[in-house]
Design a binder for this molecule. Sequence first.
Ligand SMILES: Nc1ncnc2c1ncn2[C@@H]1O[C@H](COP(=O)(O)OP(=O)(O)OP(=O)(O)O)[C@@H](O)[C@H]1O
Length: 549
Amino acid sequence: MKPIWIVDDDPSIRFVLEKALARENLPTRSFTHPREVLDALADVTVGDSARQSPQVLVSDIRMPGGSGLQLLEKVRELQPGLPVIIMTAYSDLDSAVSAFQRGAFEYLPKPFDLPKAVELIRRAVDESQREEVTEERQAETPEMLGQAPAMQDVFRAIGRLSQSQVTVLITGESGSGKELVARALHKHSPVADGPFVAINTAAIPKDLLESELFGHERGAFTGAQTQRRGRFEQAEGGTLFLDEIGDMPFDLQTRLLRVLSDGQFYRVGGHAAVKAHVRVIAATHQNLEQRVKEGGFREDLFHRLNVIRLRLPALRERHEDVPMLTRHFLQQSARQLGVEPKRIADSALARLEQFAFPGNVRQLENICHWLTVMAPAQVISLQDLPPEVLEAPVYQPPVRAGGGELSVGKMAAPLAPLVSMPSSEMVEGMHPAVAVPAVALVPGAYMAAGAAMSAPAVSSWPAADADVDATAAADAVGVRGWEQALEAEVQTLLAGGQPDVWDVLTRRFESRLIRTALLATHGRRMEAAQRLGIGRNTITRKIQELGLE
Ligand SMILES: Nc1ncnc2c1ncn2[C@@H]1O[C@H](COP(=O)(O)OP(=O)(O)OP(=O)(O)O)[C@@H](O)[C@H]1O
């Protein structure tokens, strides 16, 4: 972890804080006046542990070398996300107000109670790590590949939109690359130098979402001990990506609509309007028109968001991209695992092209990762493919019927334009909005969890703690016999008259999957979700539901 920077001309304060934080395994770096801090900030070098940036700054107000409040102002300019705690022996109202006006995380009057000060610093560390996740995610913009005409249309649309900051609604099935498109729209936009901040409205509990989006004032509700910036503020001057917008609670939809029309908002518990210069991109896998009809989504908000719509085709609608994506993901997995990239036999590739990919590109990425680990030889052959691919019926791509409609067996869907917009905003090559839900052609159940279920445990990964007898039984028979062990467990539970066998075993199965993946990724949830082949919102929800926090 990066160090807590302490600035105080009083050596006894520096000493007690250094010692107390060291006991908590929190590294520190101390300074005697503000100038040194600014010099050290200018000298920060990524990758050099002696010149790391601070995690949190704790500063005195009155020091011979300058004022802590001025330092606070400068630091807020240089590192807006860095929490700054201001301490002073002159605990008067003016300095407290000044500190908060300048954006201090918290104000600490001296003399302070040491455990309380440490707890406060811990909270500031949590806040700064939360900001770091956002920054980390900004840094990584993976390459977006696609040769299929449908993807070329998407790339063209991104190009056409590159001069504008218009609101965009991206639709498409889960795992089809909506976030990647949102990132590309940001990267090629006039606000590319600003932040890209993503929030998944489905993954955040309803009662926290409002303060997550708009921030809150200190004391706004129980537990709001400090003022906090919301995602709108974090995205100032950049792009806010609202993922799974269809799941946003109705009352928050009203607040969002107000921000989009007024260009300003209020923090929870706040009375001062905060200006929002933010480009909004929203995404959903749902049919929003349908949600509007059912009364679950505000029609006026829908029209606000639907200024330009970009529909991402499902992977099965662009199966010609499967070979290129497969090679790309095999190389990517090999890089991640530090091994030689595997090649794939034509017969195996042909089978992948005939697969419906209900989990879309994310599922292909996951399968490639699995093959890199599990396929015994350097060349992946047909029989190495996971059972959900081998056992799935061959996917028949839709053939265009005479009337210009797509028809697939019993299912049919009209052909959707890739980009749509109301006629008033029409640009060349883009079509008026047409409501088209993506049709899920799913052979059997949704495959995200299925892929993981059919993948045997990877022996080189550390095992999760044994928490249930059934898993101990599975270990005893070895990884190849886990299905038999499961059968035995089911029989035992059925014979014992256990109610809710399904729920009980599903919870155990999912807990084990998620915990093992978290261990393998050193607790990194995004990566764990990616490697399991499930969405971010799914893993977050499951972790909460299963009590794995
Ligand atoms: N065209 C593409 N080229 C390369 N990688 C892609 C492409 N499309 C998607 N991916 C990869 O597939 C994974 C899923 O993509 P992404 O998260 O953007 O999908 P999504 O539609 O936003 O999913 P969800 O709706 O579940 O949030 C990511 O790892 C992404 O990098």
